[in-house]
Ligand binder design. Structure first.
Ligand SMILES: [Zn+2]
Length: 341
């Protein structure tokens, strides 16, 4: 059994996005009883606020100041999707810092791996722009923190959220020190994430986009993770595996057109944990991104947590044959010159 750390905090409910917004406090509220019921099986890691210096690892200082100024602007919105309240700046810092606390706990050997259940999410946030419900790019700050503060040189970020993580890609697309792999519905919000976006300059080959058509489910995700993500990641040999774990590719999700189930997410976690075990001493940390159906969030979170703990429930074969063959060939063609695929 692995010792698994969990970050969750009732203060994450205080980021008020207003009536009818899908990225709502109940997303964390629904997880609190799940986590409380599991006390004793997991190690609780207290959240802390990220410092200005930590946010500046990937964000412009002037942008951090813009977010800080929302404290005095009730009902402000960076765009139609991304509202803030007087508490949002503080809670966003607590989301980023909660993830950093988990990374510190893993690096210190206090836990083997873990999951940070935070909001607001982060992967759409750009260096100097909030968008898509996101203020600070939690996973990107985390990757940079592992490099600058813990001296690691190769970080793998796998982003299985329904949406492409434009912010994360842009922050690292010229940088071979972070391998960014995203599976996402395409074409869809935010518009980026085509297969031929493979990175730039020194980072060429270190951005991998699995641009899935709507309708893909467990069979296709598992197929692509097994035949593309696993071999590339094994060759890269990351020293830490980060998961941008949104659950909006779940079949129940109201925003998405994908058909993944909680068993599917569990299988994807298993692929990534194998990579972590083979290269990173098991070091792996997941962070919640999107996911807007409360039942799907609860069940998928429980499934991934079980996997992190090493429950090793048999998964069984996917119910349907994979239809991802053509897509996998296109990704192979785009990346065959960078990786042994
Ligand atoms: Zn999403």
């Amino acid at each position: 059994m692995a010792d698994t750390g969990i970050v969750i905090d009732p203060r994450y409910l205080q980021h008020d996005t207003g009536p009818g917004h899908p990225e709502r406090p109940e997303r964390i509220g629904t997880l609190l009883p799940v986590v409380n019921a599991a006390v004793g099986r997991y190690t609780a890691i207290p959240a802390r606020e990220a410092s200005g210096d930590e946010l500046a690892l990937v964000h412009d200082g002037a942008y951090v100041e813009d977010v800080a100024a929302t404290r005095y602007k009730p009902g402000f919105a960076f765009d139609a999707d991304t509202p803030t309240c007087e508490r949002s700046y503080e809670i966003a810092r607590l989301a980023t810092g909660g993830f950093l606390a988990l990374l510190d706990a893993v690096m210190a050997g206090q836990v083997h791996n873990g999951f940070a259940f935070v909001r607001p999410p982060g992967h759409h946030a750009e260096r100097q722009r909030a968008m898509g419900f996101c203020l600070f790019n939690n996973v990107a700050v985390g990757a940079e923190y592992l490099r600058r503060r813990h001296g690691l040189e190769r970080i793998l970020i796998v982003d299985w959220d329904l949406h492409h993580g434009n912010g994360t890609q842009h922050m690292f697309e010229s940088d071979p020190g972070v391998l960014y792999v995203s599976s996402h519905q395409y074409p869809y919000y935010p518009g980026t994430g085509a297969i031929d976006e493979v990175g730039r300059g020194n980072g060429e080959g270190y951005t991998v986009n699995l641009a899935f058509p709507a309708g893909f489910g467990d069979a296709e995700y598992i197929d692509a993770f097994t035949r593309i993500v696993a071999p590339i990641a094994q060759e890269y040999a990351p020293q830490f595996v980060l998961i941008s774990a949104g659950f909006d590719a779940h079949a129940r999700d109201p925003l998405g057109g994908m058909q993944v189930t909680e068993t599917g997410f569990r299988a994807l976690a298993r692929v990534l944990l194998t990579i972590a075990r083979d290269h990173a001493g098991g070091r792996c940390a997941a962070i919640l991104e999107g996911g807007y159906d409360l039942t799907a969030i609860r069940n998928s979170s429980a499934a991934v947590l079980g996997e992190l703990q090493g429950d090793a429930d048999p998964l069984g074969p996917p119910a349907a044959p994979s239809r991802a063959g053509g897509l996998i060939e296109r990704v192979r063609k785009a990346h065959g010159r960078y990786w042994k695929l």
